[in-house]
Design a protein around this ligand. Structure first.
Ligand code: SF4
Length: 83
């Protein structure tokens, strides 16, 4: 039986859509943004951490889960789009 404690049912999940994403992807907003690992690796400027795209929320799939799960109201559960 599939878990009911997945990101798509969590109140901290926000769906992300765009040209580089497919259905079922989003970000977790349980905690504040973190330094974007890709940005850190690509940037050597001493002020890089102050640029807006240096920070991000962790990417998650709707089927992921973690110990911080909290149920969202039924009316706001995300339904993944077909590809
Ligand atoms: S990673 Fe955890 S806290 Fe974040 S959306 Fe998924 S279940 Fe919720």
């Amino acid at each position: 039986m599939p878990s009911l404690r997945t990101c798509e049912r969590c109140k901290h999940f926000t769906e992300v859509s765009g040209p580089r994403t497919s259905g079922g992807q989003g970000v977790c907003k349980r905690f504040p943004p973190v330094l974007n690992p890709k940005f850190v690796m690509d940037s050597h400027s001493p002020n890089a951490a102050f640029k807006p795209d240096a920070w991000c929320f962790p990417r998650v799939q709707t089927t992921d889960t973690c110990g911080e799960f909290q149920t969202r109201s039924a009316s706001t559960i995300v339904t993944p789009r077909a590809h």
